[in-house]
Design a protein around this ligand. Structure first.
Ligand code: PGA
Length: 248
């Protein structure tokens, strides 16, 4: 299975800045980025068109950071799957912990969004993970299982093949405190089992990934790639992470 590396730019970069970052990453990856790594850039909505143009003709795919589950209507501020498809988006992050925490997204919302993405041919990258309180309380596995089951509930087996799941311990996101690779591997294996044991389901690690620590996650079979936040805003660092995935 080819590795998957998704850069989540979060609420960073204007359209102009995003274009420069996308070009910088393309330059560092060279004329032919590794063919067996799927690379995704997920800029903010306002920069999707610009980044789409900057990566046109390269194997890099465009991703969005969120979507709403309705196709159209009176939902002020929301963005639908058809709008994303129209811009050439192919992947969409769903259920990121920052969406859950700051925007009150529930497991049920994540399920609706995942289904909407699939219905429109987008590949959802569903983020799951426990908070530090949940880890301390010893309910990491239970929390992750609940999140995975909610996201994939009633999804047809054929569609399940188009999902990726990212294990992102909330306490490791943007904190510089990455999860110990063997523990991340344990939880990623649990996720795979919970999602029906599909061999080719991409299960990614995310949370303070850097070029220095990424190879130690990739060293475990349970890890199919990464969801990268901070390091995806640095062209050099992101290109090194992609290269590490290509060398595994
Ligand atoms: P980080 O973010 O790499 O900055 O920790 C990861 C994420 O939120 O997807």
């Amino acid at each position: 299975m080819s590795a998957l590396v998704v850069g989540n730019w979060k609420m960073n970069e204007t359209a102009r800045e995003a274009t420069a970052l996308a070009r910088g990453i393309c330059e560092r990856l060279g004329a032919s980025p590794p063919s067996h790594v799927r690379v995704v850039m997920a800029p903010p909505f306002t920069a999707l068109a610009a980044v789409g143009e900057a990566i046109a003709g390269t194997p890099i795919a465009l991703g969005a950071q969120d979507l709403f589950w309705k196709d159209a209507g009176a939902f002020t501020g929301a963005i639908s799957a058809p709008m994303l498809v129209d811009l050439g988006v192919r992947y969409v992050i769903v259920g990121h912990s920052e969406r859950r925490r700051y925007f009150g997204e529930s497991d049920d919302d994540v399920r609706r969004k995942t289904r909407a993405a699939l219905a429109h041919g987008l590949q959802p990258v569903v983020a799951v993970g426990e908070t530090s309180e949940e880890r301390d309380a010893g309910i990491t596995d239970e929390r992750v299982r609940t999140q995975v089951r909610a996201a994939i509930d009633a999804i047809a087996p054929g569609d399940l093949r188009r999902i990726a799941i990212a294990y992102e311990p909330v306490w490791a996101i943007g904190t510089g405190r990455s999860c110990e690779p063997a523990e991340a591997d344990r939880v990623m294996r649990l996720i795979r089992v919970c999602a029906g044991g599909l061999e080719d389901l991409p299960v990614l690690y995310g949370g303070s990934v850097t070029p220095a620590n990424f190879p130690s996650y990739l060293a475990f079979d349970g890890c199919s790639g990464g969801l990268i936040g901070g390091a995806s805003l640095d062209a050099q660092a992101f290109a090194s992470i992609v290269r590490a995935a290509s060398e595994r």
